[in-house]
Design a protein around this ligand. Structure first.
Ligand code: LLP
Length: 444
């Protein structure tokens, strides 16, 4: 494989600004990520293929550690999880946020220390709770009143489990309606304004099997402004003070969730992590001082901002056709490996790789191969006018919530994930094959 010397390479700018920092241009219109040519990845592993830059993931973990030196940083596993990812996150000193027995068991069996794991979920199954207690997760975040007695009973008279309470702080933020979780019109958390959060706290404090370590909130996802977090902190500190006044208990932790926004296309804003860290520290310090509280330990749970920009999806063009006014460029993946454009209207910036183009740009719509008109990966993007079957299209910022939300639709099979680092590549997740579909089909 072509290797590239990564030393002294400036971070990509302009049209490559949302690509991994290791991205470099190679001859013949090719790009390298992590020192590995993308066209060689496509040839060796076939397409569609997802490339994950280990250095970018690790670098982003370190950026969080540096920006939030006093906080506990939990990587939100729902964005993307594999055993290698578990190892990288562990080695970089982050904790983990999981939301099912599946994510939890994968992490623990891959060697992640359970005490550094927090379990979430608005509807935890008996299996989730059993796995959490058996494996010894650090904390369970309580999301509904009925969980209190269920978890206490499962812990048993001799045990004690650390828990937090998920609060709805009444702050609306996030990139799309479906991922705004800070207000009362959605399913997560316990309301601050109707008193459900306060009731849950009182009930937990009455359960000897449960140790309440703090409060949690997650106001939404793909948030690009600091201000909503500061409003939420103010309300959470108000609740901490209320709990101190009502029960004489000062809770030592405040988990402000994740939701840190990233740019998907050049020029799109990302949340400024330094400004967030500074703002949270100042707001928390001032609020606690005014309320006469000692400052709780801050916990944050970024998912997308750790892994999203580290991923690149590479597709091969299967068909190009003009229908009416539109040019459709159809690739060998789509809705089943990336449901995000269909779900949230997210816009991506695909790029032709692997050859030089003499032709000028024209507007085209990149579609997938699935049996839905809504299977659109990127509507109305600029691509070379001579794009044709056999060309490769690469889509940056593909690392978060694409493969973790992938489906078996049309039995196309989920693509492999190939990690790239310092000029070498290796398969983390193999391609899903017809045999996989056949093996679980045990009826007749
Ligand atoms: N903590 C909790 C409790 C969460 O529910 C989430 C995401 C996170 C942390 C991490 O949020 P992040 O930093 O990744 O934004 N499928 C959607 C995103 C759903 C987010 C769900 N919860 C998407 O593709 O945009």
């Amino acid at each position: 494989m072509t290797t590239v010397d990564l030393s002294e390479i400036p971070a990509p700018a302009g049209e490559l600004s949302v690509w991994p920092a290791s991205t470099t241009r190679l001859p013949h219109g090719d790009l390298a990520v992590g020192g590995v040519s993308l066209t060689e990845v496509a040839e060796r592993f076939d397409t569609p293929v997802y490339v994950l830059d280990e250095g970018e993931v690790r670098g982003r973990c370190r950026t969080y550690r540096d920006a939030f030196p006093d906080a506990e940083v939990l990587y939100a596993a729902k964005a993307f999880l594999s055993r290698a990812m578990v190892r990288w996150v562990e080695e970089e000193g982050l904790g983990l946020d999981v939301c099912s027995a599946g994510e939890l068991e994968l992490a623990v069996t891959a060697g992640f220390p359970p005490e550094r794991i927090v379990l979430h979920g608005n509807a935890k199954s008996p299996r989730d709770i059993e796995a959490a207690l058996r494996l010894g997760v650090g904390r369970i975040v309580i999301d509904s009143p009925s969980e209190i007695a269920r978890i206490a009973a499962a812990v048993g008279p001799e045990g004690r489990q650390k828990v937090m309470v998920r609060v709805v702080p009444g702050v609306s933020a996030g990139g799309h309606d479906k991922i705004r979780t800070g207000t009362e019109d959605q399913k997560f958390g316990l309301s601050l304004t109707d008193g459900s959060a306060q009731d849950a706290v009182a009930r937990i404090l009455g359960q000897p099997q449960l140790e309440l370590t703090g409060l949690h909130c997650h106001i939404g996802s793909q948030i690009t402004e600091v201000e909503p977090y500061l409003v939420a902190v103010r309300r959470m500190v108000g609740l901490l003070a209320g709990i101190r006044d009502a029960h004489g208990v000062v809770l030592p932790e405040l988990d402000m969730g994740g939701g840190h926004g990233i740019g998907y296309r050049p020029g799109e804003a990302a949340l400024d992590l330094t400004a967030l860290a500074r703002g949270l520290r100042a707001e928390l310090g001032a609020g606690c001082a005014a309320a006469g509280l000692s400052v709780p330990r801050l916990v944050i749970e970024p998912g997308r901002a750790v892994v999203g920009p580290a991923g690149v999806a590479v597709y091969r063009v299967l068909a190009v056709k003009r229908t009416g006014e539109k040019v459709f460029v159809a690739v060998d993946g789509g809705l089943s490996d990336n449901p995000r454009p269909a779900l949230y209207g997210v816009r991506y910036a695909p790029r032709l790789i692997g050859r030089h183009c003499a032709a000028g740009a024209r507007t085209a719509t990149v579609v997938g191969r699935h049996c839905e008109a809504g299977d659109v990966l990127a509507a109305d993007v600029e691509l070379p006018g001579d794009v044709h079957p056999g060309d490769l299209l690469a889509v940056p910022v593909a690392g978060a919530y694409q493969l973790s939300m992938a489906s078996g639709y049309n039995m196309v099979g989920r693509p492999p994930v190939v990690s790239v680092h310092e000029g070498t590549s290796r398969v983390l997740l193999r391609r899903e094959t017809l045999d996989d579909f056949r093996n679980r089909d045990i009826g007749r």
